[in-house]
Design a protein around this ligand. Structure first.
Ligand code: KG4
Ligand code: ZN
Length: 353
């Protein structure tokens, strides 16, 4: 079965085609992505109205490109998937509208996918798929959550941020350092030249007994430090502050992830979402997990940030598990706010290995 997936929740238009396989996770046949980073850069952040308009411009050419790259025609598509939420309402409506209209025209079902479920299952597109159950660290621009994943569609929230997300902490700190949007990758690049121990920044909730996060205080500490250094801050101090900020965020993410593994007894950790592309985070998670006999699974680096492949994949996995009851009546709605643990619970056996 072939699944065509559309992602348009924020500032990337993603389209992908995957194919289910009887003997393994679905296979990616082709994918295409258009990033709006350049469009929003001048504004220092995503402008929702511009995002929606650009999705409209890009989505059909990208779909044509994906089908051509896969050597497929539309009539071969069995299911059309789209990001139903969470995200920007207008942006979500573009992908949802196109997907539901296409499905109706083809006489095939459409399926609205949870964006975070897409991120969470994206390591199944990697070389080695993790077996269920596992703990997942979801670290994107809007979310920082630890989830216990029993199977496809079976997610239990273990802890989450009580204020800013990890990606937001990267982005806001980057802004304070005069780096462009999106700040995470830029801050990570600058941090390579700095000393992570140069500035003592707080590690909020590091020693709290629960699995929650808090990053708002860190941003304030970075602001205070940046003000102290003043507008004529030298390149080395900027790099040192970037490295210290990255180290503070990474330390907390690693400590809480390892604690979640220990508390749940699971030995597999999946890391997904844009911040999962951070190499320092990957290094420290790998080392920490190895110390307690656990393993970490990541999506391919290019699929950490938003993309269509993860949406097509999540829909294909739902299809394989008999959970792809789409909205075949041509009706659609989007859910700009949609907690992942509010996905309807699924009565399904786990497939632990
Ligand atoms: O998952 P994603 O593409 O979009 C959302 O669903 O939010 O995540 C975007 C976030 C941004 O905050 C971006 O700065 C951050 O991921 N990010 C990074 C890196 N690459 C992307 N943060 C730190 N290091 C990176 N290499
Ligand atoms: Zn995302």
């Amino acid at each position: 079965m072939k699944v065509l997936g559309f992602e348009s929740s924020c500032d990337e238009t993603g389209v992908a085609l995957v194919e289910t396989r009887p003997d393994g996770p679905p296979r990616l046949l082709a994918e295409a992505l258009h990033s709006q980073v350049a469009l929003h850069a001048a504004y220092g952040g995503v402008v929702p109205e511009l995002a929606s308009r650009d999705h409209i411009r890009r989505v059909l050419p990208l779909a044509r490109q994906v089908l051509a790259d896969a050597g497929c025609t539309l009539v071969e598509v069995d299911l059309v998937a789209y990001t139903r939420g969470p995200g920007l309402a207008g942006a979500l409506l573009v992908g949802a509208g196109v997907a539901v209209a296409l499905a109706a025209a083809l006489g095939k079902p459409a399926l609205g996918v949870h964006h975070l479920e897409g991120h969470l299952l994206s390591p199944f597109l990697g070389d080695e798929a993790p077996a269920f159950p596992f703990v997942a660290l979801l670290v994107s621009g809007g979310h920082t959550q630890l989830m216990q994943v029993e199977g496809v569609g079976r997610y239990v929230l273990l802890g989450e941020t009580i204020d800013d997300a990890a990606g937001e902490a990267f982005d806001k700190s980057a802004k304070l350092l005069g780096l462009g949007y999106p700040g995470g990758p830029a801050l990570a690049r600058l941090a390579d030249f700095g000393d992570p121990a140069a500035y003592a920044l707080p590690r909020p909730l590091l020693h709290s007994a629960n699995l929650d996060f808090s990053f708002a205080g860190l941003k304030t500490a970075v602001m205070t430090q940046a003000r102290k250094l003043g507008p004529n801050i030298c390149e080395q101090s900027r790099a040192d502050l970037a490295a210290s900020t990255q180290a503070a965020i990474v330390d907390v993410l690693v400590a809480k992830s390892l604690r979640a593994l220990e508390a749940s007894g699971h030995r597999r950790l999946v890391v997904a979402g844009g911040v999962g592309a951070n190499l320092r985070l990957r290094e420290q998670l790998d080392a920490g997990a190895a110390r307690i006999g656990a393993r970490v699974f990541y999506p391919p680096l290019a699929l950490c940030t938003d993309n269509g492949a993860m949406i097509a994949l999540a829909a294909a996995l739902r299809l394989q598990h008999g959970l792809a009851d789409g909205q075949c009546d041509g009706a659609f709605d989007v859910k700009p706010r949609w907690p992942l643990d509010e996905i309807a619970p699924i009565p399904q056996e786990t497939t632990d290995a």
